[in-house]
Design a protein around this ligand. Structure first.
Ligand SMILES: C[S@@+](CC[C@H](N)C(=O)[O-])C[C@H]1O[C@@H](n2cnc3c(N)ncnc32)[C@H](O)[C@@H]1O
Length: 269
């Protein structure tokens, strides 16, 4: 029998909640300290991508050319700190003010302990901002971005929110910019409850190829393989899709990496 002191499982928080109440539910998770998604550290798959930067696919910040990055749904902000160590001026955005309080504390502790060593000429600025990703106007956040990093934000969106997720991503990405997704959970079935909702590669392809549109789905709301993969002129095209050498433990099973890392650009580039 489950211990009554055990925190409720994440899907329980969202069971039956209407879409407009999801932000409230996320905040409730933070307030009740139900944050099973937190990995306790940055995404090493993102670290390795930026460090190796195959074919120079990402324009990294340099002294004369600052770059701005966004981490939507940043939670405790581990990946915000990582991007800032690569020189990006980063905006960690979350709808929960409690999440951002914890992100600030996490940053103070991590930086005072000497974590997130600088990988560029200088550390980029770190900004925390409490906003709804889908709000048309954000207060005090300059857009668009050179780089957007999504880890466990896409899978926090149930299928009906995914067309809006894709069109918002597209509008926030500067021409020449890159959206990087660390894809998780890649092997979960669409029939299983979320969050996290299933996120196999065909989901990212289906929604990002034609932002704002609803790709063909099966009876569980999962994108149908192969039917939605031609990129529309206003869509995002996938430049890179690989299994990273290193990723979070939750993205591996029996030592086998399940996560993918993908890099996206505007199709007309
Ligand atoms: C699964 S957690 C992932 C957190 C973080 N990316 C990490 O890896 O630890 C999803 C986060 O997205 C935030 N979130 C959910 N909906 C949001 C929205 N509409 N706008 C901004 N943040 C949102 C939640 O508060 C939560 O912190």
């Amino acid at each position: 029998m489950a211990d009554s002191s055990e925190p409720p499982k994440l899907p329980k928080f969202f069971e039956g909640a209407p879409l407009h109440a999801h932000s409230f539910q996320w905040n409730k998770c933070w307030e009740t300290k139900c944050t099973p998604w937190d990995r306790g550290g940055p995404s090493m798959a993102l670290h390795d991508l930026l460090k190796e930067n195959p074919l120079g696919i990402i324009q990294l910040p340099t002294e004369g050319s600052p770059k701005r990055a966004l981490v939507p749904g940043c939670g405790r902000g581990h990946d915000v700190l990582l991007l800032s160590s690569f020189g990006y001026d980063v905006y960690g955005l979350d709808v929960s003010s409690q999440a951002l309080d914890e992100a600030r504390q996490n940053a103070e502790r991590a930086l005072s302990e000497g974590l997130y060593k600088i990988e560029a000429s200088t550390r980029g600025a770190i900004n925390w901002t409490c906003q709804d990703f889908y709000a048309e106007e954000w207060k005090d956040v300059p857009t668009p971005f050179d780089l957007i990093f999504d880890y466990t934000f896409f899978c926090a969106m149930p299928p009906p929110l995914r067309p809006a997720w894709a069109s918002r991503m597209k509008s926030l990405l500067r021409p020449g910019g890159r959206l990087v997704c660390l894809e998780f959970p890649s092997e979960k079935k669409a029939s299983e409850p979320g969050p996290p909702w299933a996120a196999p590669p065909r989901e990212y392809l289906g929604y990002l190829s034609n932002p704002g549109a609803q790709p063909p789905t099966d009876e569980h709301g999962g994108v149908v393989e192969g039917l939605a993969e031609s990129v529309s002129p206003g869509g995002l095209k996938r430049l890179v899709h690989v299994k990273p050498r290193r990723t979070h433990e939750s993205g591996t099973q029996d030592g086998r990496v399940q996560d993918y890392i993908s890099v996206w650009a505007h199709a007309d580039e």
